[in-house]
Design a protein around this ligand. Structure first.
Ligand SMILES: Nc1ncnc2c1ncn2[C@@H]1O[C@H](COP(=O)(O)OP(=O)(O)OP(=O)(O)O)[C@@H](O)[C@H]1O
Length: 409
């Protein structure tokens, strides 16, 4: 029988959680403790060596870390920095870390402003760092004051460093740390990128002023992914994970490249699907369904915000691919299919040239692969396009756009 309390509860919500014990452990933003980090001892040691001087108030070695997505670059940087912060306290040294996503903060001013805002404690410094309204120079002045007041050493982690519009900020940060007239504190920079070919380009640009060590993080193999997942299995209630769930998740995530982010996302989604279906166990079926959902979510992120025109073009290629899987299609053929869709959507069709440009932009997003070939002398060039995702997944995502869903395709 329901108690009075239960009877009072709003039936719109659920109050039991039969699958998860602590779902937060599977959130990507969650920073796991050192005992949950697997298979990166050597890399962790190298990052620790570079940051070691910070514990004694001295300048760390700057580092650049490269590796594909989900290989633990941010995790290891953040985790080791945190441990440096803790250790330094024993030496009465104040180390602070700022983590900046350069995908969002692409300009010099916004990077400096964001570092300032992350490090600043206005009660301690009496300094304000407004969101807007200051020139780049003023943001720098405030940052140096904040650093001097709040810390002895600052570790600046620049994630997606390749997205920075210019390197001036790297040059100024690295020089400031060496120049006691700018600030009394020292600064260590960790740059992170998943563009493996980035170092050469960057080296050319900042070689003279910016000495750094480089580290490459390889993808995980399926065994390492199993260990990573097993170390978070307490996110689930006892006995809820079937024996197959973790090995299957690891195997699916290792298919492209060993991506821990994808593995964790799949396992979490599997748990959510089981919860939704009111099942008592997370099984193989949940994992397969979760893989599809995780891929659709990622893909959705990629094309989110794309204009309906671009989606119509993508739909054209998707419909062609559905009839002839894994084939390449010339721009002209995609354009004809697109014209029909545009007219069904009551949209003014774009020119063939513009469609070609958009297809190549999509190529840039890794949704489509485009290849341009010469047809022989005097016959010009032509481009063929191939969809890289499963048409079914693409259609599912495109159907989230209400105008496209109305077509009933
Ligand atoms: N060795 C590991 N042990 C435990 N968890 C890990 C490990 N490596 C990565 N993870 C987890 O996988 C997820 C992705 O890791 P992380 O963000 O560090 O990858 P990344 O290489 O920085 O990827 P991206 O380039 O996409 O930002 C995080 O949730 C992280 O906690």
């Amino acid at each position: 029988m329901a108690t009075d309390d239960e009877a009072d509860r709003d039936p719109l919500f659920r109050y039991d959680e039969p699958i998860f014990a602590d779902e937060d452990l599977l959130r990507i933003s969650h920073l796991p403790g050192p005992n949950r980090i697997v298979g990166r001892d050597e890399h962790m040691q190298k990052v620790a060596e570079a940051l070691n001087p910070a514990i004694f108030g001295q300048e760390p070695t700057h580092l650049f870390i490269f590796g594909k997505t989900g290989t633990g670059k941010s995790l290891i940087s953040r985790s080791v920095s945190k441990r440096v912060e803790n250790e330094a306290q024993h030496e009465n040294v104040n180390v602070k870390t700022a983590f900046i996503d350069c995908g969002e903060q692409t300009t010099e001013a916004s990077v400096i402003k964001t570092i300032g805002r992350e490090l600043n404690d206005p009660n301690e410094t009496g300094i304000k760092v407004p969101q807007r309204g200051l020139g780049t120079g003023d943001y720098y002045d405030r940052l140096w004051q904040i650093i001097d007041t709040c810390s002895d050493v600052v570790i600046v982690i620049l994630d997606e460093i390749d997205m920075l519009e210019d390197d001036e900020v790297l040059r100024k940060l690295s020089r400031a740390g060496e120049n006691r007239r700018v600030t009394d504190s020292t600064i260590g920079i960790i740059g992170i990128s998943n563009k493996i070919d980035f170092p050469d380009e960057l080296n050319e640009r900042v070689k003279s002023s910016f000495a750094h060590d480089e580290l490459v993080f390889p993808p995980y193999d399926a065994h390492q992914l199993v260990d990573i997942l097993q170390n978070r299995a307490d996110a689930f209630r006892d006995g809820v994970l079937s024996d197959d769930a973790v090995p299957l998740t690891a195997a699916l995530a290792a298919q492209e490249h060993g991506d821990a982010r994808k593995a964790i996302d799949i396992l979490r989604n599997a748990g959510r699907i089981a919860t939704k279906q009111e099942d008592e166990e997370v099984t193989e079926e949940h994992v397969y369904a979760a893989k599809e959902k995780t891929e659709a979510d990622r893909f959705a992120e990629l094309i989110e915000g794309a204009p309906t025109q671009a989606k119509a073009i993508l739909l054209a290629l998707t419909l062609l691919t559905e009839n002839k899987p894994r084939d390449q299609f010339p721009t002209q053929q995609i354009y004809r299919q697109y014209q029909t869709i545009a007219s069904d959507l009551d949209m003014d069709p774009l020119s063939e040239r513009r469609v070609q440009e958009i297809l190549q932009e999509q190529d840039f997003l890794n949704v489509i692969n485009s290849e341009t070939k010469g047809r022989g002398r005097g016959r010009g060039v032509h481009t063929k396009h191939r969809l890289l995702e499963e048409p079914e997944i693409v259609k599912k995502v495109l159907n989230r756009d209400s105008r496209i869903a109305d077509l009933g395709i």
